[in-house]
Ligand binder design. Structure first.
Ligand code: HEM
Length: 181
């Protein structure tokens, strides 16, 4: 555990040597940042939106990926499950990016000069890339799926990997507040 703390601490030290410090101080003076700081309902409101969007995104991901794994919703075709949940996943992600950017602006130094925040962004990028591959792979094998659901090992592995990756992003988000500095 100590080595993780050391790594995060040194990463934050490294971030302190970059222009991110100047940029975060500059964002602090933006009128929108000042507005967010001076209205007591603003930050909790966007945090609530962020958390509700996580519930929609992760709930929809579980419904779709557990169907791919054959663990739930087997009375529905994969095509129907995909059509139902995919728009919710991307819609919730759009809300998360928008509310996340607002949260970032609300406390720029705390978030930008923070190793865990940047690790979360890397994990998010990896998750989006895997999601795009997964979406494409599921769509292109959708017809065959109903005939031979036993195959498709790489898609099943992708379904598990995506659940794990979203968990990593969520833990990263919560952990931003506790980054060692
Ligand atoms: C570009 C996209 C995103 C940005 C810029 C962003 C940014 C942020 C920021 C600045 C915070 C506040 C941290 C703090 O002050 O302690 C936060 C919290 C959080 N984020 Fe994100 N976020 C993004 C996407 C996501 C996604 C996709 C997820 C998960 C699926 C996520 C999960 C969380 C969680 C769990 C928290 C903690 C909420 C709380 O406990 O109040 N974020 N995010």
């Amino acid at each position: 555990m100590d080595s993780v703390l050391n790594f995060l601490f040194h990463l934050t030290e490294l971030i302190r040597t970059t222009r991110l410090v100047e940029i975060s101080l500059w964002v602090t003076d933006w009128p929108f940042a000042i507005w967010l700081q001076s209205h007591f309902y603003a930050i909790p409101g966007f945090q609530t939106l962020h958390i509700l969007s996580i519930a929609v995104l992760f709930g929809s991901t579980l419904m779709l990926n557990l169907r791919v794994l054959g663990l739930s919703g087997r009375d529905q075709t994969l095509a129907a499950t995909f059509a139902r949940y995919q728009p919710w996943i991307w819609g919730a992600l759009a809300c998360l990016v928008a509310s996340g950017i607002v949260l970032l602006i609300s406390e720029p130094v705390r978030n930008m000069v923070n190793s865990v925040f940047w690790l979360k962004m890397c994990a998010l990028l990896a998750t989006v890339i895997v999601s795009l591959w997964f979406q494409h792979a599921v769509r292109s094998r959708m017809e065959l799926w109903e005939v031979s659901p036993a195959g498709h090992a790489s898609i099943r592995a992708g379904a598990v990997l995506l659940i794990v990756l979203w968990l990593v992003v969520m833990v990263g988000g919560r952990w931003i507040a506790y980054a060692p500095n």
